[in-house]
Design a protein around this ligand. Structure first.
Ligand code: GBH
Length: 480
């Protein structure tokens, strides 16, 4: 055991997202989100599934809270379904009291169980009507006003009970996977073999800009109208992997590592902390990357009370000598799982992109802490799938030692970042409380510390990792 530690009042728990767990898509007045319509398009989801039932968590809030308690969780990060709260989405559309009441009760029950709620306003499930009505996230003017209105409705309804707020989960995914590769809703791309519409040379950058301004607008509203009374904090959650050079002796690979992080993370982090996009992005994308007006800089710069960090893995990076393609979004480089000497960055999991490399967590959080002047961090997601898990017997699945080792490695690395590198980190949410609808991968990939028996009455079976996380934190969190 290392001598590293985490602070006394460290908040740890689990994370989920509405569309991935709730089901009940047409209950109590909910309308379609872009994920409801996207999953109906043949070929978009690996197993042809959707979130129609998912973990049925809409009807099983008591069971989910009981699980959290059993794990010893101190906090729970979940997202609100905008489509339950304002089914048609817009600022002039009706607010759905039943949707609000569902979450009020849920938040009350969490608090009664001694579990601190952390709310994500937007985890990708945009009301479909806004997408159809005016182009959704592509339409900055309309989208920013509608998101700001939705955020205010939520602050009003839950602000007295909820002290931790996240505006957007992983804007990179909404922008790139939704508007460049088309792997995620709404599935736009300029590649006509994948979709009939879109222009991936411009749209992802426009969408990213809309999300940043909408984040800034919601934070301004919180600070002006709620913060003093409710005393909470608000930030944005950014995803990003660590990078190691394919050839550490090649300065071009070393430089490409930084560029990769700038394209993946600083695209959003730099505007929030510095009020501008990274130079490397401006250089490659030119005027395809929107400019901030002075009013927008004022909204976005300084808009984080904390940095929400989602982190899963690391990659090797190899530079490219060729001119960047107009559809490139990674920074004109190759992302690899092996280095020059053939060494793997980490073992395989069920997710092609996810190779565990715990030391990368410590390095990345320190790197971000240095770049952004030592902000407070909340780790809002961290976890792993496990190769072949879905094909194993229940008995084997429940002994998920690989996932336990993952959490030991990553939480240990976080404690090192805190105790040895001086990073100000105050919370950690494991992804995820439950196996759930893993977006384009459907139900075949499982990330839960709890096994969900989708065909066996949705029964929940805690895996070994569900019990292990609490023990790990017990070792690291200072007692006094
Ligand atoms: C998180 O994103 C999400 O917030 C969460 O909802 C999800 O369930 C969890 O990951 C597990 O996947 O499609 O090959 O181009 C993590 C960051 C970034 C990981 C995009 C997958 C897509 C790789 N994600 N990445 S690919």
């Amino acid at each position: 055991m290392s001598d590293s530690y985490l602070p006394k009042d460290f908040l740890w728990g689990f994370a989920t997202a509405s569309y991935q767990i709730e089901g009940a898509p047409h209950e109590d007045g909910r309308a379609d989100s872009i994920w409801d319509t996207f999953t109906r398009i043949p070929g978009k989801i690996a197993d042809g599934s959707s979130g129609d039932v998912a973990c049925d968590s809409y009807h099983r809030t008591d069971e989910d809270i009981a699980l959290l308690k059993q794990c010893g969780a101190k906090a729970y990060r979940f997202s609100l379904s905008w489509s339950r709260i304002i089914p048609l989405g817009g600022r002039n559309d009706p607010v759905n009291e039943k949707g609000i009441q569902h979450y009020v009760k849920f938040v009350d029950n969490l608090r009664e169980a001694g579990i601190e709620p952390m709310i994500t306003l937007f985890h990708w499930d945009l009301p479909d009507n806004l997408h159809k009505r005016y182009g959704g996230m592509l339409n900055k003017e309309e989208f920013v006003k509608d998101f700001e209105n939705y955020a205010r409705v939520c602050f009003k309804a839950f602000g007295d009970k909820v002290k931790l707020w996240i505006t957007f989960n992983e804007p990179w995914c909404s922008s790139i996977l939704g508007y460049s590769t088309g792997l995620f809703a709404p599935g736009r791309t300029s590649d006509r073999s994948k979709s009939a519409e879109g222009d991936s040379s411009t749209e992802p950058w426009i969408v990213g800009h809309s999300l940043l301004i909408a984040h800034g607008a919601a934070v301004k509203t919180y600070r002006e109208e709620f913060k003093e009374k409710d005393g909470g904090i608000i930030g944005i959650t950014l995803n990003g992997d660590w990078t190691e050079p394919w050839d550490p002796n090649d300065p071009a690979d070393v430089e490409a590592c930084t560029r990769k992080i700038e394209f993946a993370i600083c695209w959003f982090g730099d505007p929030v902390y510095f009020g501008k996009y990274p130079d490397s992005m401006r250089k490659q994308l030119g005027n395809r990357l929107p400019e901030f007006t002075p009013e927008e800089v004022a909204l976005v710069k300084g808009s984080n009370d904390f940095y929400g960090m989602n982190h899963y893995c690391a990659n090797y990076i190899k530079h490219k000598d060729t001119e960047p393609d107009v559809n490139d979004f990674v920074g004109n480089l190759e992302i690899l799982y092996h280095n020059k000497d053939g060494e793997a960055i980490g073992p395989e999991t069920q997710s092609v992109w996810l190779r565990p490399h715990p030391l990368g967590f410590r390095k990345l959080i320190k790197w971000l802490s240095d770049r952004y002047g030592g902000p407070t961090f909340y780790v809002t997601e961290n976890g792993t799938s496990l190769k072949g898990e879905n094909d194993k017997s229940l008995e084997e699945i429940l002994e998920d030692d690989f996932r336990c080792e993952y959490f030991k490695g990553y939480i240990g690395a976080l404690a090192d970042a805190h105790a040895k590198d001086g990073v100000d980190v105050r919370g950690y949410m494991a992804w995820s409380l439950l196996d759930n609808f893993e977006w384009a991968e459907g139900y075949e990939t499982r990330f839960g510390v709890t096994y969900v028996d989708y065909t066996g009455g949705q029964k929940r079976h805690p895996k070994k990792s569900a019990r292990t996380i609490g023990k790990i934190f017990d070792q690291y969190i200072k007692k006094e």
